[in-house]
Design a binder for this molecule. Structure first.
Ligand code: HEM
Length: 481
């Protein structure tokens, strides 16, 4: 328990100590009254775990700990329930949606966020060029929540305009608490019902549920008013087209429900609320944290910042021109893509992963794993192992240029196999474009000459403890090459 606040670094130390040469070998540990955890960072073991979804999955303990937040959504689902949700949501991630509705959502939220950052710097600065200290993390969290809101259910959640503060706080607390449950002795019910934090958790999950239910009910009412729902939804194999004014992730789920169940069946509303919650979790924190770590690392590496800025000018033009960037232009930001990959190697938004063992099995290195235990690997640890990355501690985007993409079982930020992150391409688009717009508008410098280590907050994802405060200097935005 003492190591909980620094769990990831503890994993790294233990892997180097007990993981044999290079820290890749398998070792195990067990928290009192919790299932055994088998830890491995060998890419072949990771491949085996991630590609055998019938042997390794989410399992009952994950589902129980996260049920109050994720319900039956895709992150907690296994087998057929997982497969159906993945298949429905996959409709949204087709190229035509990337080029139009997703890019529109990303663009409008990035530009709004940029305006707010510019306004804060201008109001706080009397120098020329205008400079101010800004905590950018809070802007990123609001921006990514509003973006995923638009993409997942076609609504502007208004976080960038000051709404949803209570919801976001509840969201952060619940994720942190549920993540701790795996490493606390004893069953979840004990912590949930017999401790003050558990009581707070249960109260905060009500805030989340109310928010998601409101969104779903509003969307159902809108779809019914527009006559966009079928009385008799067709079979699973027809081509899915989405419903309502525009295609959203939720619209692909709505079209599979009958009007009758949408109007009268509370279980249907609950299920759709779970879908919403899961996509909000998937799309908000991961991307916001990647933005934060990117700005932190760019501020510490002015040479990388300048190269990325130069590329943005070259590919997108001035800030004015970049506001209208196309999908193909964004894809040509190759150096920025390498920056994003390097940020996620060192600071993967999902820093640790545990899969439940459904059947007795052996890993490729010969280690035996028993049904009812966990196999654990950490993308954070893997990104720091010299046996996998030369100069692992150094931030060097160049390592990803002019080379084949690293295997998903070595660079595990998005994982791999059938459950690879569904939003990977969306995340790259948001980060490449958002960072390019930021760099065309501002320069970042660290406070007090640079703090090398920014303390992490233990959670399901990888937030910082105090946000990311940097010196922001506004550029002359008429700049072109
Ligand atoms: C930097 C950004 C992101 C990172 C690092 C990331 C990482 C991951 C990882 C590691 C997983 C596997 C988690 C697990 O199985 O427990 C995952 C799953 C998933 N991600 Fe992402 N993600 C990012 C952004 C997004 C975005 C923007 C979306 C938007 C829709 C998204 C949607 C999903 C979904 C739906 C799954 C579940 C896939 C499944 O179980 O089949 N992710 N992501």
């Amino acid at each position: 328990m003492a190591n909980l606040p620094r769990l990831l670094d503890w994993f790294l130390e233990q892997s180097l100590k007990y993981g044999g040469e290079g820290g890749l070998g398998t070792w195990t540990f067990q928290v009192f009254m919790q299932p055994r955890m088998v830890v491995t960072h060998d890419p072949e073991n990771v491949r085996h775990i991630l590609t055998n979804v019938n042997t390794y999955g989410k399992g009952p303990v994950w589902r129980q700990n996260f049920y109050p937040i994720l319900g039956d959504g895709i992150f907690s689902a296994d087998f057929n329930n997982w497969f159906l949700q993945r298949k429905r949501a996959a409709n949204m991630f087709k190229i035509s949606n990337f080029k139009k509705s997703m890019l529109d959502a990303v663009r409008s939220k990035c530009l709004k966020c940029l305006d707010l950052i510019n306004a804060q710097v201008r109001s706080a600065s009397s120098s020329h060029p205008e400079t101010a200290i800004v905590n950018l993390e809070e802007y990123f969290f609001k921006m990514t929540l509003d973006t995923i809101g638009e993409i997942a259910f076609g609504q502007d959640l208004g976080s960038l305009s000051g709404k949803n503060i209570e919801f976001m706080r509840a969201f952060d607390f619940c994720q942190m608490y549920a993540s701790d449950l795996f490493f606390l002795p004893g069953p979840a019910w004990f912590w949930n019902y017999c401790t003050p934090l558990g009581w707070r958790f249960r109260r905060q999950t009500q805030v989340l549920e109310t928010h998601a239910t409101c969104v779903v009910k509003e969307m159902i009412t809108r779809a019914l008013d527009e006559g966009a729902l079928q009385d008799d939804p067709e079979g699973e194999n027809r081509e899915d087209v989405g419903v309502g004014r525009k295609e959203t992730i939720l619209s692909y789920f709505l079209q599979k429900e009958s009007q009758e169940s949408l109007k009268n069946d509370l279980r249907t509303v609950r299920y759709l609320s779970d879908v919403i919650m899961n996509f909000q979790i998937a799309g908000r924190d991961t991307v916001a944290q990647a933005f934060s770590w990117a700005v932190h690392l760019l501020s510490l590496h002015p040479d990388v910042q300048e190269k990325a800025h130069h590329e943005a000018l070259l590919v997108l033009g001035s800030l004015r021109a970049a506001e209208a960037a196309t999908f193909d232009q964004i894809n040509r930001l190759e150096y920025m893509r390498a920056v994003v990959t390097e940020v996620l190697r060192l600071y993967p938004s999902v820093p640790k992963e545990g899969k439940w063992v459904f059947k007795d099995d052996a890993l490729p290195d010969g280690s035996r794993v028993s049904k009812g235990s966990w196999v654990v690997f950490s993308p954070y640890v893997m990104g720091r192992l010299e046996s996998l990355w030369a100069d692992a501690a150094k931030f060097k985007p160049e390592r990803h240029l002019d080379k084949p993409k690293p295997s998903n079982f070595v660079f595990t930020a998005f994982q791999g196999g059938p459950r690879i992150c569904m939003g990977m391409n969306l995340a790259y688009m948001q980060l490449q474009y958002g960072l390019a717009l930021l760099l065309l508008s501002c320069q970042f410098a660290p406070l007090n000459g640079g703090e090398d280590v920014l303390p992490l907050q233990h959670s399901t994802t990888l937030p910082t403890q105090r946000g990311v405060c940097v010196n922001v200097t506004l550029r002359d935005t008429a700049n072109t090459l």
